[in-house]
Unconditional design. Sequence first.
Length: 133
Amino acid sequence: MVSAARCEGEGDGEITSASNYYLHAFVLVLVTWLTGSFIVFLMFRMLASTNSLENVIVATAYSLAPLIVLEPIASMTAMPLPGLSVFVKLVSVLWGSRSAALSLVAEKHEGKMLLFLLPLVLFNIFLISLQSV
């Protein structure tokens, strides 16, 4: 009777530890995204942009879509063709960064597009490097 109670308790502990793992992973992703978005927001402000923090958070979330879509392709091609995997990751970073920059940069700042692209590219490269750990 006592051993049956221990078995049930041990099973609950495994479920709890697994849920804690996913909770910690979710919190890490959320904090990384919000912190990165805030840093991008500050860099945009230094470049005389008038975007709100909400716009930058939404644009950085939108810029993650190519990373999410193309990462499985990069993973599948990593073993047979490592060069193709790097190319797919590069395309996803540039695509996501450019899409976010186009939604954030006003017409009067289009001449500074490369300056606005830099923080977004660095943010997306940082996220790609976290995926490979």
